[in-house]
Design a protein around this ligand. Structure first.
Ligand code: ATP
Length: 375
């Protein structure tokens, strides 16, 4: 019997509802496939912050780093100013553990209607490889009441520690905002190689890069050039560069034409929500933040406060995240069992499907049903 220690951060809103079901299904897979998980649960999120003022202490980061992986529900709540928890917890975790890949697979299920018409037998099977540490998520910027800026900044990453000073003046006295994006050669190199290696593993001969060099030439012109350079290492795989707006248009019309989609941080967030919608809903979109230290698995969706506590949350995304996590820690038979259980469950009685997919099943019922399909 193999034992693993998994950090569990249920977080806010529907985060705790969906992660409880993911835990339930993993426990069932463990019983069937001979592994045991010790869940190390953390309380961080809005309720904890509002009660104690604590966001994510350094001691917790040290402890989490000793775990085999992490499962996260979602963070963010209307009771806390936007960004405080998202940056203070989610982005801090991604940057601290240098989780430089955000992997977001999007697969259509035969039994789940797709909002665009796919020819008979055609399925969506793509995966977004999103760079997870740079671009417009550097956190460098400021809002000024009088249009002038003079503010030091620091952005600590696994690859570097960027220090600088944001200095600018609009010359007139009006409120204004500035935010800076950054891309680096080593940052682009590691995500590009990951995307091409993944295409090779999937037996595909193309990687599509979401870019926008025509309108944002410094950042994305550099991105295009650097990606082309790395792509030469893979003579059997074509690099196709597409403006992100054209990609969204084509994704909505011919989603099955895409396999591995390589994205800078911001575009990756947007494109993966679109793909979640195309494959049936945000409640189906799983994701993993992968790095060479602790990797963290979290659904594409956020804390969805509008449906928290109503039972409407679909936990399938969180359950599929757990499958990705099992694969990552080496329990690939358990991971396959969870994926197969989800497919069997979704192919079953329509009325027992999640509310998001037009059925009557609340989160708990979905988790119970998927767990019963584990074999
Ligand atoms: P974030 O930026 O943190 O991803 P967001 O503002 O994009 O958050 P989400 O929390 O992802 O918003 O939710 C968007 C909407 O999608 C919600 O209002 C909710 O109605 C729906 N939704 C999200 N997740 C689920 C789910 N698991 N099951 C059912 N509906 C969901």
């Amino acid at each position: 019997m193999k034992n693993y220690s998994i950090a569990l951060l249920p977080g806010d809103g529907i985060g705790s509802e969906v992660s409880a079901e993911a835990v339930k299904v993993v426990e069932a897979a463990g019983k069937c496939h001979g592994f045991k998980i010790e869940w190390v649960e953390y309380p961080f999120g809005a309720a904890h912050y509002n009660k104690t003022g604590e966001i994510l202490p350094a001691s917790a980061l040290d402890e989490m780093g000793k775990c085999d992986a992490m499962l996260l529900g979602a963070v963010g709540d209307p009771s806390v100013k936007p960004g405080v928890l998202e940056r203070g917890i989610l982005l801090t975790l991604r940057f601290h553990f240098d989780q430089y890949i955000n992997l977001r697979p999007a697969r259509s299920f035969e039994s789940v209607p797709c909002p665009v018409s796919l020819k008979d037998g055609v399925t969506i099977d793509s995966v977004v490889v999103r760079e997870n540490t740079e671009d417009f998520y550097m956190g460098i910027g400021a809002v000024s009441e009088d249009g002038s800026f003079n503010k030091p900044f620091e952005a600590k990453r696994g690859l570097y520690n960027l220090l600088g000073n944001l200095e600018a003046d609009f010359g007139d006295r009006f409120p204004a905002a500035l935010q800076i994006g950054a891309l680096t050669r080593p940052g682009i190199e590691r995500v590009t190689r990951y995307a091409f290696d993944l295409a090779k593993k999937r037996g595909e001969n193309k990687v599509t890069l979401a870019s926008k060099a025509n309108a944002v030439p410094f950042l994305y012109g550099f991105l295009d050039d650097e990606t082309k350079r790395i792509a030469k290492e893979y003579p059997n795989i074509e690099l196709k560069i597409q403006n992100v707006d054209a990609m969204c248009y084509q994704l909505a019309r011919t989603p099955a034409a895409y396999g591995v989609i390589l994205c800078p941080n911001l575009f990756g967030d947007i494109v993966s929500d679109l793909l979640s919608a195309l494959t049936g809903g945000l409640g189906l979109g799983a994701g993993g933040n992968i790095g060479d230290k602790l990797s963290m698995f979290e659904p594409v969706h956020g804390s969805a406060p509008d449906i928290a506590g109503t039972g409407k949350a679909n936990p399938i995304a969180a359950i599929l995240c757990a499958a990705m996590m099992l694969d990552h820690i080496g329990e690939s038979a358990g991971a396959k069992a969870v994926e197969a259980a989800v497919s069997s469950y979704l192919a079953g009685d329509a009325s027992e499907k999640p509310i998001e997919l037009g059925g009557n099943a609340n989160a708990q019922t979905v988790g119970d049903s998927v767990a019963r399909y584990i074999s």
